[in-house]
Write a protein that binds this ligand. Structure first.
Ligand code: ADP
Ligand code: ASP
Ligand code: MG
Length: 437
């Protein structure tokens, strides 16, 4: 069995949805994971934001605008009156559901329920398109098997058992459609796998069902060696290892959700990245094999804050780092990069929700400075300890850009640097120019 995940642009309009039919309509058994149509989750986030701010009229207006857009999609998607009618009814039921939230006090729980509507709509519309074209397909509700635990991690035992049970209900269908992104939490409430989480869904399902391959279909023909949104003439990488892909995804390569490599790596299931607009292109294959190359790719992650702690108590002392880490643990805030000197330590975080509380507790240990609007640049390549000569090329490329932190030796696959976000685009371009000549 394969898993085929289609992202927002791949289901972004009626033409794109129809273009998926030849990609999935063959005798192989497959689970088709769909995102919301592009732009929808952003609009739903906006509606939720307005409801939080008690701007009910603006939220209702936005909701009606989105509803109108979907009615137009229905008109263009289906050929027959019968399916147009069912499509309009479907859209109205989802947007009535959202509208009802404008009548009550708004909570985090309701926000999650609103955000789930994008994937629920896209999968239902697509399932109906299959029916209209007389293609046999089943619609499998993700909320009946996808669950996260109290720590927000996939509950693999639950997922495997429930997915198995649900799949038994549709033994005849080769095409099984389900929602990306959405899930239930440990309390059975509607939740999600964070923005861009449909890739994660595909990988979790792939691991849970021991699929032969996980395919992530998007709007670009695979993993590029730099961020194509900021750098020209980036090139596709045809083969990359799980470890390298995980570093790049974690450090900002938007093509993959940061957590999505792990489940596939655990069960050693190949992941293929493909372009729905150019399906004949072989794309990128991610497997356990690593073919070492000096430099494979560069990625950048924004929204980073750095905390610098200075304390003479650190000098020759043991147990100091434990105290620092315990503070981050207490606020469930993961640390990305870390460097230390004799009496100081610098740490970066991408979640600054509790940064002031963390800084307050850290001040018990020494002086604390915070700097925001930072970016981590991650260079993936051959950084094995025995290798010589790689770092100078990187520093040469970045010799006009102030480097705030350098992390080297943490992984044989990568070197990371911290810079001001205002220098990010320049840094990415300079690295491409020097490393991928
Ligand atoms: P989808 O909606 O299909 O999930 P995304 O927008 O999440 O698609 O991811 C695809 C986009 O990721 C590409 O259009 C590209 O702009 C961006 N991207 C960023 N870094 C890379 C990279 N290294 N390789 C390929 N695409 C990248
Ligand atoms: N629709 C969700 C988002 O926009 C999930 C996804 O597209 O992967 O974040
Ligand atoms: Mg995505």
């Amino acid at each position: 069995m394969k898993i085929m995940k289609f992202g927002g642009t791949s289901v972004g309009n009626p033409d794109r949805m129809r273009a998926l039919i030849p990609l999935i309509n063959d005798p192989d058994k497959k689970i088709v994971v769909l995102s919301a149509m592009s732009g929808t989750t952003n609009s739903l986030v906006e509606i939720a934001g307005l409801l939080y701010a008690d701007k009910i009229d603006e939220a209702s207006l936005k909701n009606e605008q989105l509803r109108a857009k979907y009615h137009q999609v229905v008109d263009e998607l289906y050929a027959t009156e019968k399916f147009k009618k069912s499509g309009h009814e479907l859209i109205d039921s989802h947007f009535e559901y959202i509208r009802n939230f404008t009548l009550r006090v708004f909570t985090k729980l309701q926000e999650k329920a609103i955000l789930s509507q994008g994937e629920l709509i896209s999968t239902s519309l697509f399932h109906m398109l299959m029916q209209e074209n007389n293609i046999r397909a089943a619609l499998l509700p993700a909320l009946s098997f996808m669950r996260i635990d109290k720590d927000g991690e996939p509950d693999y035992f639950y997922i495997e058992e429930n997915l198995k049970r649900e799949l038994k209900k549709c033994p005849q269908e080769n095409i099984i459609i389900t929602q990306g992104f959405i899930c239930r939490n440990a309390y059975g409430e509607i939740d999600n796998l964070k923005r861009g989480g449909s890739d994660f869904t595909a990988s979790i399902i792939g691991a849970a069902s021991r699929a032969d391959e996980i395919q992530i279909w998007t709007d670009i023909n695979g993993f590029h060696n730099n961020d194509p949104r900021f750098v020209e003439n980036t090139k596709v990488i045809r083969n990359i290892s799980f470890d390298e892909a995980a570093e790049l995804a974690y450090f900002g390569a938007k093509i993959l959700h940061p957590s999505s490599v792990n489940p596939a790596r655990e069960k050693n299931i190949p992941v293929r990245l493909k372009n729905t607009m150019e399906p004949e292109d072989i794309g990128t294959l991610i497997t356990a094999d690593c073919k070492w190359e000096d430099y494979k790719a560069v990625a950048a992650k924004d929204g980073i804050s750095v905390l610098r702690i200075r304390s003479d108590r650190m000098l020759m002392a043991y147990g100091f780092l434990r105290k620092v880490f315990e503070i981050f643990e207490a606020y469930k805030t993961p640390i990305d990069m870390i460097t230390t000197s004799e009496v100081s330590i610098s740490l970066t975080v991408d979640n600054s929700e509790f940064i002031n509380e963390i800084a307050k507790d850290l001040r018990e240990l020494g002086g604390v400075e915070i700097e925001q609007n930072q970016s981590i640049i991650c260079v993936v390549g051959d950084f094995r300890p025995e290798r010589t000569g790689s770092a100078p090329e990187i520093f040469e490329a970045l010799n006009t850009i102030p480097l705030k932190m350098i992390s080297y030796g943490g992984s044989p696959y990568s070197l990371s640097l911290l810079i001001d976000t205002s220098n990010k685009v320049d840094a990415l371009r300079q690295l491409s120019k020097h490393l991928f000549k």
